[in-house]
Design a protein around this ligand. Structure first.
Ligand code: ADP
Length: 623
């Protein structure tokens, strides 16, 4: 990242910033205008007040005209006007600054929702997402950009206004006859020389600033990475009552201390480097700043000394010239910081720009009340991204409407992958899948997904109410929710909850929320799948957390639950697959057997018989 940012040209940096500003405009319109109004008024307030003070001193030292003095004093009201406008714009800028982090999170979430699923699982993209999350804060990305733009325009307006007010000074010359060094100071060459030195000091300050800002950005990223890992051990791991058990039983304290020490030392090393770079940045900046201030004082003081203007104007010009100098410094610092902040913005945009490679078709799926949807795999093979191994190999398979299909096989044999391909979380590497004879890639994606209801092994329930979880919506049909709860065996449990369907699942957002067991969560997930009322119901290891009685209940009601739908049922417990009229046996990514329980057992050397015999000893009941 750091190397990359160093290679970015000014034009590329400008493009990143203008893209960010366009995006900000969608959330807070005219933010750049408000920054400009704020910084202009901010600088104008001070320039005006200084100008008026100097004019009053000049008048008091010179003509002492009461009328002019009254006019000058009343000019102070200008300052009040500037302050009112300034504060109004500042509130706009500040309010965006406050929401920037949350707004970024929303953009990330939107991207996560719309991203191809394969990218969600890609380790490189996961790492990008993590770095982005780690580097959130008031000083990075959008809030960082706004903060630095305020500095940038502050410097800009301060410099322009101070220059405008003091411009005349550079053309004011002494009436005296001068010679030597004094004559040189009074000449236009000295003015040019003065600005050349200001430019040189600014350039060196800019270079030092740029170098240390990039180093600091790099230190920040490394620090937040090791800090996150350290936090995992110190807070997430040891603070958690569940892991607390394992830590004690397996005496893991030493292991945890060892790992946390490593990350603590790493974090400390990066933090120290960060502070060290901050110190160096400050030292260089202060050094240049002192040189610049000394130069401006010297220049203006000598101009007074040689009689180019009076003492009254000294206040005004010295103030203005020192503001020009500080503005150039601030300006260069803002540019260096803006470019360093682009390291973060660039990564953020890189993430938002991850292309979608999935083909999203346009054909709507046929809406059929008889659920006559025929799905067929045509010689499908599939490799996960960044993997050389086929997870599915030459799969040809047809689902007949109303089938009750069990999918069995060893761990890693490709069962879940087949479901992911069916639901288009991934597209086949070779071959294709059809729905009613048409390649599924040609169907409108969202429409196609409506055909499937899946309970994955790693399903997720959210801290919403029971009803919202089941319907995946704020509005739901209560009777239908109760009916699916009854089918999944959760009716009585939910009825006994204090707020019934409105009871929150878990206690994250609601003190009165209900904690549910793994088995109960699984039943709620099954109820959710039934509520969707899709043509295909797919249950991936649906009873793994259920006790034998609950498991038996699910099987005995299974036909009633799925009715005329096509049901695919993945399980390790072969005894629980017998109610299915068709069993698919997977091995090493290939479909090696397809038939009924009885037929498959007829082949004593087949994989199914091997698996069945290995498990049969656990069941008192014979096949
Ligand atoms: P099963 O459901 O039969 O246990 P899977 O379909 O989950 O098996 O996995 C099939 C193969 O694909 C395994 O070798 C597994 O390691 C691999 N695999 C599964 N998910 C991924 C993934 N996201 N990235 C890479 N390989 C994966």
């Amino acid at each position: 990242m750091t190397d990359k940012s160093k290679k970015r040209t000014l034009k590329q940096d400008y493009k990143i910033i203008s893209r960010a500003l366009k995006l900000i405009n969608t959330s807070t319109p005219h933010l750049l205008l408000h920054i400009n109004i704020f910084t202009f008024c901010y600088s104008a307030t001070y320039v005006a007040s200084n100008y008026i003070t100097a004019a009053i001193i000049d008048e008091l030292v010179g003509n002492k005209s009461i009328k002019k003095l009254i006019i000058l004093v009343s000019c102070y009201s200008l300052e009040i006007l500037f302050r009112i406008i300034r504060d109004k714009s500042w509130r706009k800028v500040r309010s965006f600054h406050i929401i920037a982090n949350k707004w970024e999170e929303m953009l990330l979430n939107e991207k996560n929702f719309s991203m191809d699923y394969k990218n969600m699982e890609d380790s490189r993209i996961k790492a990008m997402r993590q770095t982005i999350t780690d580097s959130s804060g008031d000083t990075a990305r959008f809030s960082g950009l706004v903060g630095r733009l305020v500095t940038f325009f502050n410097a800009f307006w301060r410099g322009i206004l101070a220059f405008g007010v003091s411009l005349e000074m550079f053309f004011m010359h002494s009436d005296r006859i001068l010679s030597g060094f004094q004559r040189f100071i009074d000449s236009p060459v000295a003015t040019l020389f003065f600005f050349a030195v200001v430019a040189a000091l600014t350039f060196f300050d800019y270079k030092a600033n740029g170098k240390y800002s990039h180093l600091i950005a790099d230190n920040m990223k490394k620090c937040s990475y090791s800090g996150r890992l350290l936090h995992y051990y110190l807070n997430d791991y040891l603070d958690d009552s569940k892991t607390g058990k394992d830590v004690r039983i397996f005496s893991q304290q030493k292991l945890v201390n060892y790992s946390s020490d490593i990350f603590y030392n790493e974090w400390k090393r990066h933090k120290n480097a960060w502070l060290n770079n901050e110190k160096k940045k400050g030292m260089w900046h202060n050094g240049f700043w002192v040189a610049m201030t000394a130069l401006t004082y010297l220049y203006v003081a000598i101009k007074v000394y040689i009689g180019a203007f009076g003492l009254g104007s000294f206040v005004k010009y010295q103030w203005c010239v020192s503001k020009i100098a500080s503005a150039t410094f601030l300006f260069s610092m803002a540019v260096a910081d803006l470019r360093a902040n682009n390291d973060f913005l660039e990564l953020f945009f890189e993430y938002l720009d991850i292309p979608s490679e999935m083909h999203y078709g346009t054909i709507p799926t046929e809406k059929r009340s008889d659920n006559k949807y025929d799905i067929e795999f045509h010689n499908v093979s599939f490799k996960y991204p960044n993997s050389d191994k086929y997870a599915i190999k030459n799969l040809s398979l047809k689902f007949k409407v109303g089938d009750r299909i069990a999918v069995v096989g060893m761990n890693g044999s490709g069962k879940t992958t087949m479901i992911k391909l069916l639901c288009r979380l991934y597209d086949p590497t070779e071959g294709y899948i059809t729905l009613n004879g048409i390649d599924i890639q040609k169907y409108d994606y969202e429409d196609y997904l409506k055909l499937f209801s899946v309970v994955f092994q790693d399903f997720k329930l959210f801290s919403f109410s029971v009803g919202e979880n089941i319907a995946s919506s704020v509005d739901y049909d209560e009777d239908k929710v109760w009916s699916v709860l009854e089918k999944s065996g959760m009716l009585q449990r939910v009825q006994s909850m204090p707020k019934g369907l409105s009871s929150s699942v878990y206690k994250d957002f609601d003190e009165d929320g209900v904690e549910i067991s793994g088995g109960e969560a699984q039943k709620l997930a099954i109820a959710r799948a039934l509520y969707k009322d899709a043509a295909f119901v797919i249950l991936d290891e649906p009873t793994a957390s259920l006790d034998p009685i609950a498991e038996h209940e699910i099987y005995s009601r299974f036909n009633d639950m799925v009715k005329d739908k096509t049901a695919v049922y993945i399980s390790h417990r072969l005894s629980s697959c017998r109610f299915c009229d068709r069993i698919l046996v997977f091995d090493n990514g290939q479909l090696i057997q397809d038939g009924s329980h009885e037929n498959l057992l007829k082949n004593p050397y087949g994989k199914y018989s091997e698996l069945w015999n290995a498990q049969a000893q656990y069941y008192s009941e014979k096949a």
